[in-house]
Ligand binder design. Structure first.
Ligand code: MSP
Length: 688
């Protein structure tokens, strides 16, 4: 039977926007699948969204839109974030998909038939962010989640339990007999020690959560979100439903997960499967966390890397390379934009980018665009060293990718790039080109560099698909480098004798660090300010809804944003000036005169006013402004204002805002004072 490969990522919660951490795991899966496919292995890549549970119920309440619409929107944001960076998954599972619900209920029924589920009463504490029951000191009356620093919910309700306590020996036997089941070793040891300490039965249903899959035969209960979510790995292949038919072909697969969700994958999931008589996964590969400012990057902690900023300044290949190269899989890594720019400049612009453009330029200038073929001559020994470095990189990539050591794999390729570069610099082909007697040396240098580059492009293709395709085309090679197995491309062999190099374009121009950093700082400050405003109004609304509707829960904020960045005060007490911009920067902002036609408060958002403004466009625009604590709707109707008219639309509390009005910010509380005109000006006039 032909070898197949199945890889999964966690399915992501739709209670917050995607960030770099989510992109990371998905990128690793994407790279791995591209690597396997390049080697001819039929591969299947599953990712998706985890859409049930109390926290999602609350996030939807806070945003004021129907829950299904809320989850649809955020699921789409995840899809967009992944599409932008070139992730090509095979299937996107959503836990609200009917086939998945059917599969989850089937798994439940099988476990029930096998005698692993019973009804009881649960008393304890629950974190809606982790979706996990927590152990708490007996005398702690207001415990916080140790991961999220958030108040836990007190739960006292009827619940179904899974007999996890009966699974201890079988789990320990699994870990013992399959040492590779949990990787790396440190995580395996952690799990073994946890399970050896004894397991309690697991509460797997809730009556106080409505947004979930009903328990078969007892719809007052919904199935515990982790039971529901973990099952995705098999339901999306068609287990327990008739939607798909891929289970036989692809299961078991490997699960990529962050260390934050190790226990669910390494203990609960195999326990469910063993009890149900379904084969367990082939392995669980656990990676570390991207930290930001020294703490795990997360929306809840307010330190997540904003993808809109990241994507604005860096191409997908730059981001892909950085995360794969910078973080040793399994270890934590600190994310900084400075490090990203440095890596791009040193490894991509000065490394592979520079090698490609200098080699191609010399083929064009000295050989009329027709790459010379490898010839040894006087430089044979040195050329052989270059070739050996490339062969070593080839072996390194094969070995290290399989072990998910992307960083080491890329390191070996960049060692080969450095060796090729050195060979070029040592032999100074630009001097050889001036001496007709040294034509064969020139040919040997360029032929070796060209061949080395051709091999290198195939090796980097799974990690840098766009650049690989671009350089491959410029080399004059045919086919798709992502579909060519490097093992089948021997040194100097299989080249098209008619090949001519294509148009040379720099795959990786150097990034201007200072300029980019100053732009990013400004964007971060602006984003922090809006998030803080949103958080303030959401906090209030969640408190209200939570205390009204959830008898067992405690009111708490849904979002925890970073505090608003306040500019450093200057000596005079006025805020310090923002960094200098050019006129080109300024003209990007389209400021227009407008009149407020209508204004009203937004329910449950005490800071927001919803305005209809006339910008001379023929129909009014809707703008949301955080001025409700300082201006009443009545007093501003009819006012002339200034609007940033080309700001990307955004949603606040479920309402679209199509622009921003300008106001001065006064005093410590930032009281807004609307900007206006002393003379009469027509709506739509531009400010310059
Ligand atoms: N819905 C659950 C998973 C269910 S899987 C059956 C969940 N979702 S999550 O949205 O919180 O995603 C967690 C996963 O996202 C982590 O395990 C990891 O794969 C990725 N990451 C989230 N933050 C991350 C970092 N800061 N760094 C690296 N990966 C991160 O848990």
């Amino acid at each position: 039977m032909k070898e197949t490969f199945y890889v999964t990522t966690p399915i992501y919660y739709v209670n917050a926007r995607p960030h770099l951490g989510h992109v990371y795991t998905t990128l690793v899966a994407d790279t791995l699948v591209r690597f396997k496919r390049q080697r001819g292995v039929a591969s299947f890549f599953l990712t998706g969204t985890d859409e049930h549970g109390i926290n999602i119920e609350r996030a939807a309440e806070a945003s004021g839109i129907p829950i299904k619409q809320h989850v649809d929107q955020i699921a789409q944001q995840f899809k967009d974030a992944f599409a932008h960076i070139g992730i090509e998954y095979g299937r996107w599972v959503r836990t609200t998909d009917p086939y998945h619900e059917q599969g989850v209920q089937k798994l439940w029924s099988v476990l029930q038939d096998h005698g692993y589920i019973y009804k009881g009463e649960y008393h304890g504490w629950f974190c809606g962010y982790c979706n996990e029951f927590k152990e708490v000191e007996d005398d702690d009356t207001e415990p916080l989640c140790p991961v999220h620093d958030k108040p836990l919910d007190r739960i006292a309700e009827e619940s179904y339990f899974f007999k996890l306590s009966e699974m201890q020996d079988r789990l320990l036997e699994l870990y013992r007999s399959r040492p590779d089941f949990i990787q790396p070793e440190t995580r395996r040891n952690e799990v073994i020690s946890f399970v050896s300490g004894g397991l309690k039965d697991l509460s797997i249903s809730r009556v106080s959560v409505k947004w979930g899959i009903p328990v078969p035969g007892d719809p007052a209960h919904t199935i515990y979100v982790w039971f529901d979510a973990l099952a995705n790995y098999i339901t999306a292949l068609g287990w327990g439903n008739s939607q798909y038919n891929d289970f036989e072909r692809y299961w078991p697969g490997i699960h990529l997960v962050g260390k934050d969700i190790l226990r669910f994958h390494a203990v609960y999931w195999p326990a469910f499967l063993l009890a149900a008589g379904v084969e367990v996964p082939s392995s669980i590969r656990v990676h570390g966390m991207w930290l930001s400012g020294g703490r795990k990057m997360s929306k809840t902690l307010g330190n997540a890397i904003d993808l809109s900023v990241l994507y604005r300044h860096f191409t997908p290949d730059m981001i892909r390379y950085f995360v794969l190269r910078e973080m040793a899989f399994g270890h934590d890594g600190d994310f900084t934009y400075e490090a990203l720019i440095d890596r791009v400049n040193s490894d991509l612009a000065d490394g592979i980018g520079n090698l490609a453009s200098r080699t191609l330029t010399m083929v064009r200038n000295y050989f009329d665009g027709v790459p010379p073929t490898v010839s040894g001559g006087r430089l044979e020994e040195e050329a052989a060293q270059v070739r050996a470095a490339v062969e070593q990189a080839k072996a390194g990539v094969d070995q290290e990718f399989d072990g998910l050591n992307f960083s080491r794999a890329l390191e070996s390729v960049w060692a080969a790039i450095a060796r090729i570069d050195k060979f070029i610099s040592d032999n100074q082909p630009w001097k050889l080109a001036k001496d007709p007697a040294r034509r064969s040396d020139l040919e040997a240098v360029i032929a070796t560099a060209y061949e080395g580059l051709r091999q290198v492009v195939l090796l980097v293709a799974p990690a840098l698909p766009n650049a690989a395709r671009e350089i491959w085309g410029q080399l004059g090679c045919s086919g798709d480098p992502l579909e060519i197995n490097p093992a089948g491309v021997a040194w100097g062999q299989g080249r098209d004798p008619q090949a001519r190099i294509g148009q040379i374009t720099g795959a990786f121009p150097k990034l201007p660090k200072d300029k980019i950093m100053s732009e990013i700082e400004k964007e971060k400050a602006a984003a922090a300010e809006t998030t803080a405003q949103e958080a303030a109004s959401e906090q209030k609304s969640v408190k209200e809804t939570a205390s009204a509707q959830e008898e067992v829960s405690q009111a708490r904020p849904a979002t925890d944003a970073a505090p608003a960045a306040t500019p450093e005060p200057a000596v005079t007490g006025t805020p310090a000036l923002a960094p200098t911009i050019t006129i080109d920067d300024f003209v990007k902002v389209d400021l227009r005169v407008a009149t407020i036609l209508a204004a009203e408060r937004v329910p449950k958002a005490d800071k927001l006013l919803k305005l209809q403004v006339d910008l001379g466009e023929g129909q009014p625009r809707q703008i949301l402004a955080g001025i409700a604590q300082f201006y009443s709707p009545e007093e501003i109707i009819g006012r002339k204002i200034i609007v940033v008219a080309n700001l990307a639309p955004r949603k606040l509390r479920g309402l679209e805002s199509n622009g921003m009005l300008l106001a001065a910010s006064i005093g410590e509380e930032g009281k807004p004072v609307l900007a206006t005109f002393a003379e009469d000006v027509p709506n739509g006039a531009r400010l310059k």
